[in-house]
Design a protein around this ligand. Structure first.
Ligand code: FSX
Ligand code: SF4
Ligand code: F3S
Length: 371
């Protein structure tokens, strides 16, 4: 195999590394890396992509392109035939319109439509127009000939910031308008580019769409709460909470729940996949998660407000860890049973007291003790 992966200029090492990451994200066995790598390199395997921009900040495209390390954007651009993307294409005006029209005609029923941004619906959608057509018209026309639609970002998925009350333009997400095509939501404001790349690679490799959750998000990326893998989680479990930005509790890296972290109610892989190829994510740099992948949290719950914790995890009793060998101390079974029973009684009370959001006094006590 050549040192470089096709025309993209991505080194073979970076290419394989990315395929390994994507394979792990998709939960596939290691042996599938080769299949993904082969599928990604087939020139006749590139789906035509039409990418439309509506009401948004272009942060989704920016996060994809401005990676400190060009592997992801190069791979995405190499994996697909990007026929129309307003902020990336060299053409403009009639020339750009012609390529949109030509691609929709030539690839009818086969292209993937990527939508970035919300769609205004009030007053027949006059609040967002490109080339004399409303976003509503452009979306309906492009969706007609699409094989599937990827709504990239929270705006295209659920309406995002534009749809926050009083929602003057009647902004909605793609799924509120298009009802007869498969729609994959990749929310996040902006989303992690790996979630987009993995979705496209999954499609290119297996010729089908990944399994989705009830909100239309790929389960491989949005199947777990970020709270489950957060590096501050031991502080949460121990009842150590940051009290104010910049104070010693914040500097110590304590849990940000009391500063409004929405991690316990937010489904995403940020705490695992992280951003910018340098391993950071909001919580790692001291900012509470604002629930940017959740339609009912982002911009709808104030940053400082706490979310309810519905499932106190981990379980309220832990497996015993101090069992001794038989004959050299108390019988392990007995100890285990007693330990579990005691754990269930003492642990459950203690853990619940620490974790329930409405018991601030207990949390303070624990925190003071740990300082
Ligand atoms: Fe929305 Fe994307 Fe937030 Fe911005 O385009 S999801 S405002 S990061 O850019 O659509
Ligand atoms: Fe991490 Fe936020 Fe959960 Fe605390 S509440 S453990 S900071 S995700
Ligand atoms: Fe968004 Fe929270 Fe991740 S704000 S980027 S879901 S940490």
């Amino acid at each position: 195999m050549a040192e470089q992966n096709s025309a993209s200029g991505v080194s073979r090492r970076d290419f394989i590394k990315t395929c390994v990451t994507v394979s792990a994200m998709l939960g596939l066995p290691f042996g599938m890396v080769t299949r993904i790598a082969e599928a990604a390199q087939k020139d006749d395997n590139r789906p035509a992509v039409i990418w439309l921009h509506f009401q948004e900040c272009t942060g989704c495209s920016e996060s994809l392109l401005r990676s400190t390390h060009p592997t992801i954007s190069s791979l995405i651009l190499d994996l697909v035939s990007l026929d129309y993307h307003e902020t990336l294409m060299a053409g403009s005006g009639h020339q750009a319109e012609k390529s949109l029209h030509d691609s929709m005609l030539a690839n009818k029923g086969k292209y993937i439509l990527v939508v970035e941004g919300a769609i205004p619906t009030k007053e027949n959608g006059i609040f967002c127009k490109v080339s004399g057509k409303t976003a509503l018209e452009s979306l309906q026309k492009a969706a007609d000939g699409a094989l599937a639609i990827i709504a990239i970002g929270t705006c295209a998925s659920y309406g995002g910031i534009q749809s926050v009350g009083p929602n003057p333009t009647g902004a909605v997400g793609v799924k509120d308008i298009v009802k007869d095509k498969p729609i994959i939501n990749i929310p996040g404001c902006p989303p992690n580019p790996y979630n987009f790349l993995s979705t496209v690679l999954y499609y290119v490799t297996f010729k089908k769409l990944p399994e989705l959750d009830p909100l239309g998000r790929p389960k491989f990326a949005y199947g777990r709460k970020i709270h489950e893998h957060c590096e501050r989680r031991p502080h949460f479990d121990a009842g150590r909470f940051a009290k104010a930005y910049g104070d010693p509790t914040h500097a110590e890296g304590y849990c940000l729940y009391k500063l409004g972290c929405k991690g316990p109610a937010t489904y995403a892989n940020c705490s695992v996949q992280r951003f910018n190829d340098v391993g950071v994510w909001p919580v790692s740099v001291g900012h509470p998660c604002i629930g940017c992948t959740e339609p009912d949290i982002l911009f709808k719950t104030a940053i400082a407000d706490k979310v309810q914790i519905h499932e106190p995890t981990p379980f309220d009793s832990y497996a015993p860890v101090d069992l001794k060998e038989k004959g050299k101390g108390p019988d392990p079974l007995t100890t285990g049973v007693i330990g579990l029973a005691a754990g269930a009684a003492i642990g459950a009370g203690a853990m619940l007291a620490r974790k329930l959001p409405d018991s601030p006094d207990k949390e303070e006590e624990t925190h003071e003790k740990d300082q």
